[in-house]
Design a binder for this molecule. Structure first.
Ligand SMILES: [Zn+2]
Length: 144
């Protein structure tokens, strides 16, 4: 089952429901919804989330995760909000993972073990600053 995305995530979600309609010989009806995840209301079941839709008649959809078969888009927001950021960095001698947990950087390379900082962390912090000033999302491989 998919995880509920955090509020503010921009996603396209596909839900699949069984149907006996002759218009759906497969026996399933798929619904595709694109929009922004909203805060849950008090009393909403925990396996559901609310999102805006492009429909004028139904501007808010409550999505039940049990029926979600696909979810794409900026669904990383929840992890980013949890204070953990993680990047894959290509180094000269291999690939490393640079992680920021509650504003503390770490890297999986040998250099970090000895010096507690390394070129990979510098690379990622520079990239983050650049993206921050441009107001853009970070492009590249991101593990969470
Ligand atoms: Zn490193």
């Amino acid at each position: 089952m998919f995880q509920a995305p955090g509020p503010g995530s921009k996603i396209t979600v596909t839900t699949r429901f069984p149907t006996k309609s002759i218009h759906h010989p497969s026996g399933f009806k798929d619904n595709v919804t694109t929009g922004t995840v909203m805060k849950s209301f008090r009393g909403d079941p925990p396996h559901t989330f609310r999102m805006s839709t492009t429909s004028i008649h139904h501007p808010v959809a409550r999505v039940d995760l049990a029926y979600v078969i696909d979810m794409v888009g900026d669904v990383t927001k929840k992890q980013a909000d949890s204070g953990v950021r993680s990047y894959n960095v290509k180094g000269k001698n291999g690939d490393y993972v640079v992680t920021n947990v509650n504003r503390k950087w770490s890297c999986t390379c040998d250099g970090f073990m000895y010096r507690h900082t390394c070129s990979h962390i510098r690379e990622v912090t520079l990239l983050e600053h650049e993206e921050h000033y441009k107001g853009l999302k970070i492009v590249g491989s991101r593990t969470s």
